[in-house]
Design a protein around this ligand. Structure first.
Ligand SMILES: Cc1cc2nc3c(=O)[nH]c(=O)nc-3n(C[C@H](O)[C@H](O)[C@H](O)COP(=O)(O)OP(=O)(O)OC[C@H]3O[C@@H](n4cnc5c(N)ncnc54)[C@H](O)[C@@H]3O)c2cc1C
Ligand code: SF4
Ligand code: SF4
Length: 423
């Protein structure tokens, strides 16, 4: 991959070993390393230990007295933010790739490990090592799907890179943190994004095909916090579709893989900083988790506009309805039973009266936790005991979901619900 104006190794694309097939796996790359057996202690889908890793990474696990930490993981502060000069081609304003560029500009890292678009399919993520700040422009924007990011850790070491920044989604960051010590990097900066409802790039193309007669002209897609999907097209047109009018009923029941229906970390709790949009009410939403995360923000200086996140509306009704729909769908996609005329009215009302800002983010985390419990209970009940952390049981408790016999490691089946509970 050589790009105009960049040196030959500005973006390094090492060749990859084959993946070892695993059940419940998003091919984070660990099975392609020298020691694929490490999956056993690194995988989010086997026996994650969030309290231990949160303590290792942030110096403490979530504080029960800070309610929002039960939803979003440990943090020092949350910020609503945007770059004053948005970067062209970025998913939002480009905070993530600008942090990467600043790390390279200031010489804080040797390389940034992240995903570039496949030259033949812009929606397909390809793991790369970026070594020049200008080259971060080439990796802006979101691809749909997962790819073996962590398979590039060994090639990075072989090239003598000892100070690395990694931009990753939660299932990649969990495995990275579980193995961080043995990887032996001198310095590691972890910039995380939230992630949910991911699927394979192939299946994502099926979704694009339903959204437009010319799906190949779609250049951008985002599920926004105002309950609309935004599409941008090659000719500059923009289309906004209310969630309720998406052609979900035409998708096959297995559109979302079991991994992405049941993963337990929406907000990337082990990153130094999480950069998302869910709590941002139209702007980006930063969760600064530790001093390294603070260091990353400070690299942006005056380029960053910051304000306090807002919160409005009540999530209880939305989450309760989601739970009922998910139960009713029995493994298919949760469709809302509603006549078309009502769909339009509710679609208009939701951004105005539904949960907004941090309340929207809490609602999404609760919905994800509900999905984890219901889908594992139906499809992978034996996994529940080791895969569902206590904080997930606490998040779903206000909605009447409780561990049944054999579903939780500890003997008790009652879990203290999160404070500020929804019910
Ligand atoms: C699959 C996926 C689902 C997401 N879901 C949510 C969500 O539900 N809620 C929310 O608040 N935020 C979500 N995000 C994050 C959000 O879409 C933005 O990426 C984030 O807010 C950063 O915006 P930005 O303008 O700063 O990013 P940019 O500066 O444009 O940088 C984006 C970075 O993400 C990397 N990237 C792109 N695609 C992938 C991929 N498939 N896997 C790993 N890395 C990738 C790029 O390489 C680049 O480094 C999701 C991101 C992904 C990749
Ligand atoms: S650690 Fe990564 S490669 Fe291994 S099973 Fe888990 S997701 Fe798959
Ligand atoms: S939804 Fe979860 S399992 Fe799927 S790619 Fe995102 S973080 Fe990984």
């Amino acid at each position: 991959m050589t790009r105009q104006g960049l040196s030959a190794d500005a973006i390094i694309v090492p060749s990859l070993a084959d993946a070892v097939p695993r059940h419940l796996c998003t091919d984070c790359g660990i099975s392609r390393t020298d020691d694929p057996k490490r999956c056993g202690r690194a995988c989010q889908f086997i026996a994650p230990d969030y309290p231990a890793l949160e303590t290792k990474v942030h110096g403490r696990a979530r504080d029960p007295a800070r309610t929002d930490e039960q939803f979003f993981g440990p943090f020092q502060r949350m910020v609503r933010a945007s770059l004053k000069a948005p970067s062209p081609g970025a998913q939002w304003t480009g905070i993530v790739t600008r942090i990467g560029a600043r790390l390279l500009e200031t010489g804080a890292v040797d390389a940034v490990l992240t995903m570039a678009p496949d030259p033949d399919d812009m929606w397909r993520p390809v793991p790369v090592l970026v070594t020049e700040a200008e080259a971060m422009a080439q990796v802006r924007g979101m691809r749909m799907g997962y790819a073996p990011l962590l398979a590039l850790l060994e090639p990075a070491r072989q090239r003598g890179f000892t100070r690395l920044a990694i931009i990753g989604i939660p299932c990649q960051v969990y495995a990275l943190r579980a193995l961080e010590k043995e990887l032996g990097f001198e310095k590691l900066f972890v910039i995380g994004t939230p992630c949910s409802d991911n699927t394979t790039t192939e299946k994502f193309h099926d979704f694009l095909n339903l959204l437009s007669d010319q799906p190949e002209t779609i250049t951008y897609l985002e599920f926004r916090a105002d309950y609309h999907v935004e599409l941008r097209f090659a000719d500059g047109k923009v289309k906004e579709i209310p969630f309720l009018q998406l052609p979900i009923s035409k998708l096959p029941p297995d559109f979302f893989p079991m991994t992405c229906r049941t993963c337990v970390d929406y907000t990337n709790v082990l990153a130094d900083i999480t950069v998302g949009y869910m709590g941002g009410q139209g702007e980006q939403w930063l969760i600064v988790r530790n001093t390294r995360g603070e260091e990353l923000i400070s690299l942006l200086g005056d380029e960053l506009k910051q304000s306090a996140p807002g919160s409005a509306g009540k999530r209880k009704g939305a989450v309760t309805g989601f739970l009922a729909n998910t139960e009713r769908a029995a493994g298919g996609l949760p469709l809302r039973r509603m006549p078309d005329f009502l769909r339009h009215i509710v679609g208009w009302l939701m951004p105005r009266v539904g949960p907004r800002g941090l309340e929207f983010a809490r609602a999404r985390v609760e919905m994800k936790a509900v999905e984890t419990v219901l889908h594992l209970r139906r499809a992978e009940p034996k996994r529940m005991k080791t895969m569902i952390p206590d904080h997930v049981w606490a998040i779903v408790a206000p909605y009447g979901l409780k561990p049944q016999a054999g579903e939780r490691t500890t003997l008790e089946t009652d879990v203290a619900p999160t404070q500020q509970s929804a019910v």
